[in-house]
Design a protein. Structure first.
Length: 533
């Protein structure tokens, strides 16, 4: 009987095992020592000898080119396993081959040739058989690289893993692939082709997200989903680092009478709010920032809430910006500045009027002074005020009495005899109202020092302007507000000023905003004055 099998490419079939049982006769012999005791005779051993079947079979056939069916010459045909493994031959010009003298049993036969995909077939050899092969041309392109995309999906509020989240590929070579997260929120796609594509992430009761992925190696992509905003009135906001303006995730937001929530990856939060609009106390806490207590209108419009990083150096911040009564005083509108060109005769630090002398500043001196003040203003207000609301230059007549305390103005002048009377190169008085809002300042510079060749003119101007903006001396670190007035504005000064001008007046340590109703009742025209060198 002849069996004809056509094999096209690798199509392994089930093998039928043939078990040959060989029983071998064992012959035992032995000798005993002459001093040994006699040994009882063993029972006779029955042996059976089975002679291997001497029958041999052959496999023959043709190798052709699929799908043209043209003969393939010089293709190698070989047995891979079984009793006759290792035999081989090559096809002739007509694609014929023959393997003979093969022992019975299951054998795998493979045909191969460079430029073609190898084809193989497994047969049970119990008779001469014909096996034809049709070889397919090898693919010109190598198999595409494949990579695994995996990660964890979490609740942006609780940071717990989310189960049953669906992830699906929307485009590209891997379009249509999908997976879901396990109970811990973990997911893993089957290996995917190297490509760029979009992944959509969806879950019940959460806001869907779509992320763009470039898969060129094994990639871990973790995501946090925000809960869907509750129906009805809500209170929403975004929490950021006041110094860097970066979003702060994982911040616990507690609103009295409303509940708790946690900010998501973009710093945002949302909380249901019922009942009429009212002002409620809110506390914001995280491991990297100073706790802040403020107030929110609930329900109300979205609010951006800034937090102070713990790296800010709170004691020095308190010295500089909360040095008067332990609360923050600052300008809430850009101040106006006037420079008096004629030097004034110093009498007493508490006086508000001084007599003009015969000495007048040159245009170049006025320009240099104003340039220093403009630069310092932007840096010492965190760029809240890039320029003064108004700039004015006045020249009093000699012996004229000049008023140096004007609401809404910083009055700058040189004084004869200031250092002699006080030992200070400069002295500034500043005033605020009961709401903590800066109202006026008088900035005094010693004329002799200003006319000297000292390298500290600019640092003194910055130091005294900071007083005019409501700042006090700093002793805990290097700062423009060191009492020596020899240091220019530092990076810490700029960061601290940015935070101060993100806070309402009367903010107190560590970061407690005033009750808005208290602010309203204290908003009066009464002035409180302070002064420092």
């Amino acid at each position: 009987m002849t069996l004809r099998v056509i094999a096209s490419g690798p199509r392994p079939s089930a093998r039928r095992g043939i078990v040959a049982l060989w029983v071998f006769a064992s012959i035992f012999s032995g000798c005993s020592d002459k001093h040994s005791s006699p040994v009882a005779p063993e029972p006779p051993v029955t042996t059976t000898t089975v002679t291997a079947d001497s029958t041999r079979w052959s496999i023959s056939g043709t190798v052709s080119n699929a799908p043209e069916q043209a003969p393939v010459a010089n293709a190698k045909v070989e047995t891979l396993d079984g009793p006759s493994a290792g035999q081989s031959t090559v096809t002739d010009a007509q694609g014929h081959y023959a393997l003979s003298g093969l022992q019975p049993g299951t054998v795998s036969v493979r045909a191969s040739l460079s430029g073609f995909e190898a084809a193989s077939h497994s047969i049970s050899l119990t008779a001469n058989q014909t096996v034809d092969f049709a070889l397919r041309p090898a693919s010109a392109d190598p198999a595409p690289a494949r990579w695994v995309l995996a990660g964890t999906i979490r609740d942006a509020g609780t940071l717990n893993g989310l189960a049953a989240v669906r992830l699906e590929v929307l485009d590209g070579k891997n379009q249509g692939q999908s997976t879901v997260t396990d109970p811990a929120g973990h997911y893993s796609f089957a290996p995917m082709e190297q490509d760029g594509f979009s992944v959509r992430v969806t879950a019940d009761q959460f806001v869907s997200e779509t992320r763009t992925v470039t898969l060129s190696s094994a990639l871990t992509m973790d995501l946090s989903l925000r809960p869907v905003a509750p129906a009805g009135p809500v209170t929403t906001g975004r929490v950021v680092n006041g110094v860097s303006d970066q979003a702060l995730s994982g911040v616990l937001v507690h609103i009295d009478g409303a509940g708790d929530t946690t900010t998501g990856p973009d710093g945002s939060f949302s909380m249901a709010a019922s009942g009429p609009t009212q002002v409620r106390s809110a506390t914001l806490t995280s491991s990297t920032t100073i706790d802040r207590i403020t107030r929110l209108r609930v329900p109300g419009s979205a609010a951006t809430i800034t937090l102070m990083p713990k790296s800010l150096d709170l004691p020095s911040f308190d010295q500089m910006f909360r040095g008067d009564g332990g609360v923050l005083h600052r300008w809430t509108v850009a101040p106006r500045v006037v420079v008096q060109r004629r030097s004034l005769k110093f009498t007493n630090r508490t006086d508000t009027q001084f007599t003009a002398t015969s000495v007048v500043m040159s245009d170049a001196e006025v320009a240099d002074l104003m340039a220093d003040l403009r630069t310092a203003l932007a840096q010492l207000t965190g760029s809240t005020f890039a320029t003064f609301a108004e700039e004015r230059v006045e020249t009093a007549t000699e012996d004229e009495v000049v008023n140096v305390t004007r609401p809404g103005w910083i009055v700058v002048a040189r004084y004869d005899g200031l250092t002699t009377a006080t030992t200070f190169w400069g002295y500034t008085k500043w005033a605020w109202n009961g709401a903590g809002e800066m109202q006026a300042a008088s900035l005094m510079l010693d004329r002799a020092f200003e006319a000297s060749v000292s390298p500290y003119h600019r640092s003194l101007h910055s130091h005294e302007l900071a007083h005019a903006l409501g700042c006090n001396h700093v002793t805990g670190r290097q700062s423009v507000m060191n009492i020596s007035a020899r240091l220019d504005i530092t990076a810490w000064d700029r960061d601290a000023a940015r935070m101060a001008f993100l806070r309402p007046p009367l903010n107190q340590t560590p970061d407690i905003d005033p009750d808005p109703y208290t602010i309203n009742t204290l908003r009066t025209h009464q002035l409180f004055w302070s002064g420092a060198e």
